[in-house]
Design a protein around this ligand. Structure first.
Ligand code: NAG
Ligand code: NAG
Ligand code: NAG
Ligand code: NAG
Ligand code: NAG
Ligand code: NAG
Ligand code: NAG
Ligand code: NAG
Length: 911
């Protein structure tokens, strides 16, 4: 289920090791200058220390020297650095392996340092010490006479400059989903790459070599398919398993493009404008009738959309967007289908079209097959589904079967035959087996916020599949899960069982990591006031599984890990096994002798096979009624109930909340809101010594009863107060990553300047690159369409440009700087603030992430903080000073959390 360690970067590394760069360099024939080529000589400056996932914060020592972009190669220059001998880093030259095709070119760099004693550093600091940073400078040479439209892939790179233009985000996991589009004239263009080695992505035990690739490809300069083909379901018994389809389009031109329709060969269907532009609250998503063909002629043959007053799908210049539409099969035994996408340049009436074809995949209903559905973020996602076999080994009393989740490891697509193949030996299980994707090969954010929403959407797609698929087999209980997974999927299994305890019948986490901090320690971060560090660390509370083991009480857990795993050390499972014991949970741990991270049959060892059969046939009722249990909550926004009790609010979101339940007695710590659900909580409960009458309240509120701490006493919320209150709640809770709990595409608003448009595009690109997220980019001036949007908003602003919906909000920003009102009501003005990022509430439980810069450069700093990689730890607000660029979080002027009233907490850092 897991390709040997994050295949792509590893393959490149191995390749480079076998084939030293200089020997492989292929020069183009002298008489034929290629259109695109890279200079094979690169100037390198490094190494410098950097911490795990710290690069988002800046922490670049060369910024202290004015920035790498302002330094010129000088073999005599020396730079202080903590890693090399003599404590100095120098410039060096290296030869890249360069290749040029007719309209493409690439350069593979393999950088290593002979002046660092890595082995010795590792004995003290471990993998943290081999995650260094380096800069590399090369040249892209554009031939010919004309400006070329080019896309730039930056495999395993987080940040680069092309001449004076900065690109942050890159492509750390080498997805190649959303490369920037460049329009380059003939000549030499300087490329500066900031390389930050990641032990996880690069393979921990390997030589500390940084292997990266830059690649350019010529594109047409108008609308292109960013990925060939259509994302769509497999065909079962002559019908599509699910009707949702999606194409990914890139505008590689210089003008915005509007999609006016998506036409099938003989039938037509309109791109769902209201849905794709404004988003759909998929919480109330209805299953779509298979074969539904809502032909809307006035939209399809639309030569003047202005008169139709339909909001349309706009893909701004340089943007990559997934576009959803409903698919109908052309005929019963077609082998492929084709759609025409019609579009035009915004403001023009000239229609163009782009054709996309897709081969159909016919499978038996009982085989694992691809189903598509809507992610809450508004784009189409898929999972592999294996319905219960004809000969499933069920008990006769089992009418609605449980869901068996099998979560994949990092670097794998769920439609890779390896993924469903891992459970082929147990094909007669009495369950609905779901192989979710988590949206990307790294499961979005490691199966957390974004990735887990995908898991739940995949499960919720099963009833629709049953209803419209003429399925006469057993039904499904979507609230009854057996969870398993390998590697990153093993970690996802821990996430599921600690965050949805009432739904998990049993769990088998295999070879997973405990937390990103335990995987590669944060030792090499720039030094910082422990108060600042604690804010960042607290932002990751919900993802630190070792702290959440109490939530596993009552859930049978079967752990497994290979003894000699050198990718995710067995330490992680041993450690959690011990923590489970200390938390009073029920687990068994099987360490498989002499096995490494992955082996054939890793998911079907005899104890696991036993586990699947036993628990899929279990008739135990969920949720479990437990006499005594504990709940630990990092972020109520992503926490389900346990024993019918759910924490809905923390007093201080920078600290874990705890609940101890014993019979009818509940004791809380750092909890402000709590919910009691059926079937267990119907009479009375004693919370912190105070008796609450749930029966009386239930008559008014329905099945769940909410109580909140008001002053020193617990009160039951009456109907209405929950909906109308301006309290921070539900999807608004959590740190900055809460912005990912969007319902519908994320709206990116910007003031319309060239620089702000570039940053808006960068945010959009990163959200698509790392999450396949759909985004709508709107300039403030033209913004009328966001009024009815359901999605969260990312709002870029410069100087005085920020309009405040609420002048009393504790953070404000203007040309005089960012200001903050702390927990004691003191106003603090940071006139030296460069930029800031903070969350603000919007109606309908939505959020706005404000990115503000004192100037363009400050906005660039703030835009780095948009959630993208796990482990970065952005809290609710951050005010950045100039020094952040080299000092990392120590350069932040203030950072911390908002409480339930959107006020700055006392646990925040305020300088
Ligand atoms: C490649 O870069 C080297 C070093 O910067 C430079 O001397 C050389 O002229 C460049 N080659 C081309 C073809 O531009
Ligand atoms: C580099 O370019 C060559 C020629 O276009 C291509 O065959 C090769 O796959 C590319 N390598 C990478 C890593 O992009
Ligand atoms: C300089 O680069 C060369 C070629 O990549 C490498 O072999 C050498 O070790 C580097 N020098 C240092 C001091 O690391
Ligand atoms: C980069 O700078 C070079 C030299 O000043 C110039 O020829 C080239 O056009 C610039 N490229 C871009 C993309 O600005
Ligand atoms: C796509 O549209 C073009 C131009 O309108 C047309 O020639 C072509 O037949 C269409 N293709 C399909 C598959 O409908
Ligand atoms: C698909 O069809 C359903 C109705 O059958 C409609 O509600 C939905 O908006 C359509 N979706 C898209 C993406 O066109
Ligand atoms: C099998 O499942 C039951 C609950 O359904 C549980 O009590 C029992 O311990 C399980 N046996 C094994 C060997 O896991
Ligand atoms: C928002 O929705 C209302 C009511 O449905 C509608 O009247 C209005 O035109 C919509 N606004 C936009 C900008 O689409």
């Amino acid at each position: 289920m897991h390709a040997p360690s994050h295949c792509l970067s590893l393959a490149i590394l191995l390749f480079l090791q076998l084939c030293p760069p200089c020997q492989c360099s292929i020069s183009a024939p002298l008489d034929h200058k290629p259109l695109l080529s890279f200079n094979s000589t690169w100037e390198i400056l490094g190494p410098f220390q950097i911490g795990t996932r710290e690069a988002t914060w800046g922490a670049d020592p060369l910024e202290f020297e004015g920035g790498f972009r302002n330094l010129e190669y000088d073999s005599q220059a020396s730079f202080r650095s903590s890693l090399p001998t003599t404590g100095t880093a120098h410039w060096n030259l290296t030869t890249a392996k360069t290749l040029s095709g007719s309209a493409s070119a690439n350069a593979s760099l393999s950088i290593s340092y002979s002046n660092v004693d890595w082995d010795f550093l590792k004995t003290i600091y471990g993998w943290a010490s081999v995650q260094y940073q380096t800069w590399a400078r090369g040249e892209l040479i554009v031939g010919g006479e004309d400006t070329q439209h080019i896309i730039l892939h930056t495999d395993a790179i987080l940040e680069c400059w092309i001449n004076d233009t900065h690109y942050f985000g890159g492509d750390y996991y080498s997805y190649r989903n959303a490369p920037p589009v460049l329009h380059l004239g003939p000549g030499n263009h300087r490329i500066d790459l900031r390389l930050a080695r990641d032990a996880r992505a690069f393979g921990g035990i390997l030589e500390p070599i940084t292997g990266v690739v830059v690649a350019v490809e010529q594109v047409t300069g108008n609308l292109n398919l960013a990925k060939p083909g259509i994302l769509m379901s497999d065909v079962i018994d002559g019908e599509l398993a699910t009707p949702h389809g999606s194409v990914t389009l890139r505008n590689s031109g210089t003008q915005d493009i509007e999609i006016t329709g998506i036409h099938a060969a003989n039938v037509s269907t309109s791109a769902s404008t209201s849905y794709s532009l404004l988003g759909l609250d998929t919480g109330s998503q209805m299953p779509i009738a298979r074969g539904a063909n809502d032909l809307a002629p006035e939209q399809v043959t639309d030569d003047n959309a202005e008169s139709a007053h339909e909001p349309s799908i706009v893909i701004v210049a340089g943007q990559t967007r997934p576009v959803a539409f409903n698919i109908t099969l052309p005929s019963h035994n077609a082998s492929s289908l084709a759609y025409n996408i019609t579009y035009r340049t915004v403001g023009s009436n000239k229609q163009s079209n782009l054709e996309v074809t897709q081969d159909l995949n016919y499978v038996s209903v009982y085989d694992p097959h691809k189903i598509t559905f809507l992610h809450p973020g508004g784009m189409v996602s898929y999972a592999m589904l294996r319905p219960p076999a004809k000969n499933a080994s069920c008990r006769h009393e089992q009418k609605r079967l449980p869901v068996l989740l099998a979560m994949h490891g990092a670097g794998l697509e769920a439609d890779n035959p390896m993924v469903p193949g891992a459970l082929r030996p147990v094909s007669d299980l009495c369950s609905w087996t779901v192989f979710p994707t988590g949206v990307t090969p790294w499961s979005g954010d490691d199966w957390h916020n974004w990735g887990f929403a995908d898991v739940e959407a995949a499960i919720e797609a099963i009833p629709g599949w049953i209803l419209y698929g003429n399925w006469s087999g057993p039904g499904v209980d979507t609230n009854r899960w057996i969870v398993s997974g390998h590697s990153n999927g093993g970690q996802g299994t821990w996430y599921a069982l600690t965050h949805r305890p009432d739904k998990v019948l049993a769990a088998a986490p295999v070879s997973g990591y405990a937390s990103i901090q335990k995987y590669v320690p944060y030792e090499f971060w720039q030094p910082a006031d422990p108060r600042r560090t604690s804010v960042v660390s607290a932002s990751l509370n919900s993802y630190r599984h070792e702290m959440l083991m109490a939530n596993a009480q009552g859930i049978p857990i079967r752990q497994q890990h290979g003894e000699v795993d050198d990718n995710v050390p067995a330490y992680h499972s041993r450690f959690l096994s011990q923590q489970l014991r200390l938390a009073g949970a029920n687990s068994s741990y099987n360490e498989v002798p002499d096995q490494n991270h992955y082996w054939d049959g890793v998911m079907t060892t005899p104890p696991l096979v036993d586990f699947y059969y036993n628990f899929t046939r279990s008739t135990e009722e969920l949720p479990r009624e437990l006499d005594e249990f504990n709940i630990v909550v990092g972020d109520p926004g992503d926490m389900g109930s346990k024993g019918g009790v759910r924490v809905t609010q923390l007093e201080d979101p920078g600290q874990y909340g705890r609940v101890h339940v014993r019979g009818r007695r509940v004791k809380t710590s750092n909890v402000l809101g709590i919910e009691f659900g059926h079937p267990f909580w119907t009479d009375t409960v004693v919370v912190d010594g105070q008796t609450l009458d749930l029966a009386g309240a239930a008559a008014n509120t329905g099945s769940t009863i909410q109580a909140r701490l008001s002053g020193n006493s617990w009160v039951i919320n009456t109907v209405g107060t929950t909906d109308e209150s301006t309290d921070r709640r539900g999807r608004q809770l959590g740190s900055m990553t809460a912005i990912l709990r969007t319902h519908g595409p994320i709206i990116i608003k910007h003031p319309g300047t060239v620089h702000a448009s570039h940053l808006a595009l960068q945010v959009s690109r990163n959200l698509y690159q790392y999450f396949h997220a759909d985004t709508v980019i709107l300039s403030d001036i033209a913004d009328t369409a966001s009024a009815n949007a359901t999605g969260n908003v990312i709002h870029l602003s410069i100087g005085d440009g920020l309009t405040s919906a609420d002048p009393d909000f504790p953070i404000q920003a203007s040309t005089s700087g960012a200001s903050l009102r702390d927990s004691r009501g003191r106003e603090q003005l940071y006139d030296n603030s460069q930029g800031a990022a903070w969350l603000r509430p919007l109606d309908g439980e939505r959020l706005e992430l404000v990115l503000w810069g004192a100037d363009e450069e400050g906005l660039r700093q703030a835009a780095r903080l948009v959630p993208m990689l796990t482990g970065v730890g952005q809290p609710d607000f951050v005010i950045l000073g100039e020094e952040t660029k080299w000092k990392g979080i120590e350069g932040a002027l203030a950072l911390g959390f908002f409480n339930s009233q959107w006020q700055v907490t006392a646990s925040s850092f305020v300088s």
